[in-house]
Design a protein around this ligand. Structure first.
Ligand SMILES: *Cc1c(COP(=O)(O)O)cnc(C)c1O
Length: 492
């Protein structure tokens, strides 16, 4: 299942390009690489969708997708904003040059996080009435300027009785909107509700259209109370398409079903079914995988949502936003980190199991990284790594080979993926496997110090001239990247 590689990632991974080997020789395995210029390009793709729908507003990068300083510092030079979900993320953003007017504080908030967000004038994406009360208390106690608030709503309903958006531990259910408005009204001197929003963890456009329409209706509720709301925040969850070819994804899922049914040899370690199982000859369960090939994702998904008719009101959601002169806020995490990085792991050993140790009999390739360092599997993303031979000339005649990728922990469960992976030839110790497109949640969200194995270091890689493809690659440690790092310091 070939990964989707856009120009920058493909250029960095070109076979005769020695930089990945040089970097791992110097900085060890695992190693994370981020491509800061790509995130700026991704912001521009979202902006072009705003323009197409004639909408003003902001694209907030959901910082939690990656801890990189380089990405956050590159982004501050664009017109993007930032969504901080913890005290440390907020501190990091401020230290990277962001100011409160371009930051939104989301997620569960401890008092220190809420105080610093309020002190620096960030927008508060309020989870519920309790947080609204707390924020108002801080404004009064510390004599802060009036604070912008965007309440997060949830459990939207269509005109029928059926609840279309699933339950969430976050947000205020729309049926409790009136009580929330009472609270906001009481604190009108301290807080300014500038709009409403949602964030739904789903790929379903229907659910999001229902939520967006629910927000349009909630805005009327705010107006009736005398507020002047002007923003609707559609959250994140625009997604990434990881695979180059739809037919590979379709075939894989079909064949995986056949394998679980026993109609073909296993395609996974131990016959794992990714949620599917056979019970008394019947297929049970549901495939628990990320749709690794998505026909519509990222900025195009936002475009599709805005073009869609509102389920009750009937007209396109983008048109309804425009006619009300509402600004659009979006908070993409994964989608903004698309193509923004990769994880490198060194091959330590290739072992040929005797008998049926791995069911498929495929050789085991042991890597100097573990499942926490490249958590594609944990996110249900199935995608082949790219083999970077140590010695490209001596790659030998062997053809494509099926292998299992195992990690560096003394733990049966430490498989990089339970899927049998196909490589163009059998790797050798010293070769590298590059796991592309890990910048969104997969490179540092779950990395741990288990067994005191090293946590990956991170480097920022960039081309001499970001406008000119085919330039040579340069790099620095992630924490040493600043917007002026590029030779000549030109701003782009
Ligand atoms: C995680 C999160 C996001 C980003 O979600 P993605 O799926 O990465 O786009 C945006 N907003 C909120 C409130 C979140 O919790």
């Amino acid at each position: 299942m070939a990964p989707r590689l856009e120009r920058r990632l493909a250029s960095f991974l070109e076979p005769d390009h020695r930089l990945p080997h040089t970097l791992v020789d110097a900085l060890g395995s695992p190693l994370n690489v981020v491509l800061p210029d790509q995130i700026a390009e991704n912001v521009e793709r979202f902006r072009s969708v705003f323009r197409r729908h004639q909408l003003a507003g902001r694209v907030f990068f959901a910082h939690k997708a990656n801890r990189s300083s380089a990405l956050v510092r590159r982004l501050v030079t664009t017109d993007a904003a930032l969504d901080a979900a913890s005290l440390a993320e907020l501190q990091h953003a401020l230290a990277c040059g962001w100011t409160g007017d371009r930051i939104m504080a989301t997620g569960p908030k401890d008092p220190e996080f809420l105080w610093l967000a309020a002190r620096t004038g960030a927008i508060i994406h309020a989870d519920g009435a309790g947080e609204v009360e707390q924020a108002a208390g801080l404004v009064r106690a510390y004599d802060l300027p009036r604070l912008r608030i965007v309440p997060r709503l949830s459990e939207f309903e269509t005109s029928g009785p059926r609840t279309l958006s699933r339950r969430s531990r976050f947000g205020t259910p729309v049926k409790s909107l009136e009580q929330l408005l009472d609270t906001l009204e009481r604190h009108g001197d301290a807080l300014e509700p500038v709009g409403v929003g949602y964030h739904l963890d789903t790929t379903s456009l229907d659910e999001k259209a229902t939520a967006l329409e629910g927000c349009l209706l909630a805005m009327d509720g705010l107006r009736l109370r005398g507020f002047q709301p002007r923003v609707i925040d559609v959250g994140g969850g625009f997604g990434v398409s990881y695979l180059a070819r739809a037919e590979q994804w379709d075939r894989y899922t079909t064949e995986l079903t056949n394998a679980v049914m026993g109609r073909r040899p296993p395609m996974t370690w131990g016959g794992h079914g990714y949620g599917l199982r056979l019970e008394n000859g019947t297929l049970k369960g549901a495939l628990g995988l990320y749709p690794a090939h998505r026909p519509v994702s990222g900025a195009a998904y936002l475009d599709e949502l805005l073009s869609r008719p509102a389920p009750g009101l009937g007209r396109p959601l983008g048109t309804l936003l425009l006619e009300s002169l509402y600004d659009l806020y979006a908070e993409p995490g994964r989608a903004l980190t698309d193509q923004c990085g990769l994880t490198l792991g060194k091959v330590l050993e290739v072992r040929h199991p005797g008998g049926d140790a791995a069911d498929t009999g495929a050789p085991m390739v042991r890597l100097a990284l573990n499942a926490g360092d490249v958590s594609l599997e944990d996110h249900g993303v199935l995608m082949d790594p790219v083999l970077l031979p140590r010695d490209p000339a001596g790659s030998g005649p062997e053809g494509p080979v099926a292998v299992h990728l195992v990690g560096n922990l003394c733990l049966e469960a430490d498989l990089i993926t339970r899927r049998t992976v196909h490589l163009p030839r059998l790797p050798r110790p010293g070769d590298l496997l590059a796991f592309p497109n890990t910048a969104g949640y997969c490179m540092d969200f779950q990395a741990t110090h288990a067994q005191q194995q090293p946590v990956a270091r991170k480097v920022a890689a960039f081309e001499d001239d970001p406008e000119e493809s085919g330039g040579s690659w340069r790099w620095c440690l992630d924490e040493q990247f600043w917007p002026i790092t590029r030779p000549g310091g030109q701003r782009t």
